[in-house]
Ligand binder design. Structure first.
Ligand SMILES: [Zn+2]
Ligand SMILES: [Zn+2]
Length: 115
């Protein structure tokens, strides 16, 4: 999935499939989804839940919880890892007896260039 690794901005599975098709016409959507699934599970890529897009990880230890700042104009996603935010959420969940299965932290707005 070198295509995804090159992705600097988030792309939908369909857009990724189109990219892959430029090199390999036999690629099937199911193959793409399976590959994306694998990459996300292993922390090589992230799924932006609110946009249903995929983005290559910026190369942290895998797997990890990532937070995103997403620009509404240029669509770039800035990945960051806030240990503090994650700790705060899990502390609260523990207090409430809540079991977290998925943790999503995505903020939308405009980046420095698009403001
Ligand atoms: Zn990451
Ligand atoms: Zn922007």
């Amino acid at each position: 999935m070198s295509v995804l690794i090159r992705l600097k901005s988030p792309k939908t599975a369909y857009e990724i499939l189109e990219e892959v098709h430029k090199k390999d016409l036999s690629a099937k959507p199911a193959t793409i989804y399976r590959a994306l699934d694998f990459l996300c599970t292993n922390g090589f890529a992230h799924r932006i839940e609110t946009d249903n897009t995929y983005l290559a990880c910026d190369g942290q230890e895998n797997p990890h919880v990532a937070q995103f700042l997403i620009c509404l104009k240029c669509k770039q996603a800035i990945e960051f890892h806030s240990h503090q935010a994650t700790t705060e959420i899990s502390k609260r969940a523990k207090k409430e007896g809540f079991k977290i299965t998925e943790e999503i932290l995505e903020a939308k707005g405009f980046c420095q260039n698009c403001r």
